[in-house]
Design a protein around this ligand. Sequence first.
Ligand code: NAD
Length: 340
Amino acid sequence: MSHLKSAIIGCGGVARVHAHAINDNTDAHLMATVDIIGERAEKYARKYGKEGCKAYTNYKEMLKDPSIDVVHVCAPHYLHAPMVIDALEAGKNVITEKPLAISVEQAEAMIAAGKKSDKNFGVILQNRYNLASQEAKKVIDAGKLGKILGARAFVTWYRTKEYYLESNWKGTWDKEGGGVLIDQAIHTIDLMQWLVGEVEWVQGTCHNRFHPYIEVEDVAEAMFQFKNGARGVLFATNYYTYDSNIILEIHGENGKIFIEKDMARIEIGDEAYTVKEDQQVKEGKSYWGSSHSTQIAEFYKDVASGKRHWISGEEAKKVLDIVLGIYRSEGKRVELPLKS
Ligand SMILES: NC(=O)c1ccc[n+]([C@@H]2O[C@H](COP(=O)([O-])OP(=O)(O)OC[C@H]3O[C@@H](n4cnc5c(N)ncnc54)[C@H](O)[C@@H]3O)[C@@H](O)[C@H]2O)c1
């Protein structure tokens, strides 16, 4: 049996979740690791790679290897676009971490490269695979909630001074592309738009109140007007005192769905039930959840079958537009989708 050959670009924090997913949840072999810090690439190759796994400091060198089939982009946000486009043009299947990009121009270029390529291009938005999210989607798509009236999301997390000062890209506009919205709250905003529907306009404000050594926002609030008439409420900060449970509620004319972290409580008429993830988070931080490996396994199945992965560039641009729309808003309405 022939095994797909994988490469990881960016051997920092999240890459180990990808390495575990490749090794534990697919038949693929990790054959290349890349990091501008050579020791990191070498450490990953030793720890997670198959025999013969090569460590690189330049991703373009790795892309010249015709045997690599799938490239995982786990690099800082501003590098997603050039790395994804170069990898697609080199004939690789590509899965990149969120966010898709940090600008509309980058996102459009990535989508165009994906369309031009006959390979697969996916974006990690793993929380769509959580049991609670899947159950919510099923209930809503079956029409059980009736017309959706509103949705609210609260993300109150904590990022320390060290989190920012130890990173050379987090907390900057040109490399991270924003703060709490584009990095932490993006998952919950994505779930909201995936469950409720297309957003017509956003209106919001952003501030930096607690982390004076960074350029970007550490708190944001926004209203979303959905095309189906529903109204969304968002509050997100990373200056709370710990990573408290995320709350997302969808309110419909027949009841509501209340998601708290990995649990969903569904109340429709007189009936109520709860679903909860029973998987332990094996690798990575608990607030990343355990669904990376599920999405990555599905991506590899799509690569094998030739089916386009459903969380594509176009799909991931929806939440990016909301985030970038809030940045542009400064209190005024911004119509979506954004165009360059
Ligand atoms: N889906 C999730 O839940 C989740 C969780 C954490 C991080 N992430 C995402 O993963 C990505 C990486 O985040 P992280 O926290 O692992 O960052 P990190 O800073 O820990 O790791 C990034 C790595 O990329 C390397 N790098 C930088 N420039 C490079 C280049 N030109 N070529 C090769 N390597 C380069 C750095 O040296 C570093 O080791 C981001 O997009 C982040 O938003 C997603």
